[in-house]
Design a binder for this molecule. Structure first.
Ligand code: URA
Length: 282
């Protein structure tokens, strides 16, 4: 005799399926066990992440030249395939408008409680280059637009230094609602919101994704490694190139790190075929 599913479990399954339906996800045929086995877990970093928001989470700054290096731990390759397997299938006929409609007046996580405006994303829907930040701050929450506060002004300058304008690129965040007191988004909030980000990235289909800061890098690369360990190195992300670099808010507190970010952005420019600034003669 077939086992009856308890009503409470059935309700939970129905709710979960409705949620996936909201996300336009209908196919669940992938063998995730085998898939996971193929993708090595990345090690938990032993040092703190640079966070755009909290000074307590600064990156470990470059070691002075005369300080001996710690024995290098062989870094596991960053692969993004494991945890994203549910969302690997593209949603046929998806558009940014549809994603925005699916988000609706979102109440899927607790961040909605303090929100003024949901910040979906802004820019060129066909951009070759997408910047992904952490989550809206106070200015963004009021205007409903990403990166319009102080950090946003710096991001705009960075984009212009690349020879581009904001309207040439697309800018969005991992979470679409402002975390209270600008705290780092919590794992459940990232998990709930990131399927929408993945859909945005699939629809825009950029050549390069730049993750601004640890939150975006961790969310997309599914790694706990500290961003300082791999920033500036190209990562393969779902068939695209991903560059993790420091968040502009972090640069506001640590202006010397701007040089690192500029190096990273020049790699992005080279990849996109943008003219590089002429090197100053010695
Ligand atoms: N910081 C972010 O990560 N995103 C924004 O939109 C603004 C500030």
């Amino acid at each position: 005799m077939p086992h009856a599913i308890p009503e409470s479990l059935q309700t939970k399954i129905e709710e979960r399926l409705r949620y996936y339906q909201d996300l336009n996800i209908r196919l669940f045929y992938r063998d995730r066990v085998a898939h996971r086995a193929a993708a090595p877990e990345t090690p938990v970093a032993s040092r703190p992440e640079p966070s755009p928001r909290s000074a307590a989470q600064e990156p470990v700054l470059p070691r002075p030249k005369n300080m001996p290096a710690a024995p290098p731990a062989a870094p596991a390759p960053i692969t993004s395939s494991a945890a994203l397997s549910l969302f690997e299938e593209k949603v046929p006929g998806d558009t940014l408008l549809k994603i925005r409609e699916d988000l609706g007046e979102c109440t899927r996580c607790k961040l909605h409680k303090g929100r003024n405006k949901l910040v979906f994303g802004d820019g060129n829907p066909h951009a070759q280059l997408v910047f992904v930040g952490e989550g809206p701050g106070a200015d963004e929450d009021l205007q409903g637009l990403p990166f319009v506060g102080r950090a946003g002004k710096l991001l705009t300058q960075m984009i212009e230094a690349m020879g581009l304008q904001r309207k040439d690129v697309y800018i969005c965040n991992v979470v679409k609602c402002r975390p209270p007191e600008n705290r780092t988004p919590e794992p459940d909030e990232v998990q709930t919101c990131s399927p929408f980000l993945l859909r945005q990235l699939d629809v825009i289909n950029p050549k390069v994704v730049v993750c601004l800061g640890a939150c975006a890098s961790k969310a997309l690369l599914q790694t706990n490694r500290g961003i300082s360990q791999y920033r500036g190195e190209w990562q393969d992300w779902r068939g695209r190139k991903l560059m993790a670099t420091y968040h502009p808010a972090y640069l506001l507190r640590n202006p010397p790190a701007k040089a690192d970010v500029w190096k990273d952005l020049q790699k992005v420019m080279a990849e996109l075929g943008l003219p590089l600034p002429k090197k100053k003669s010695p």
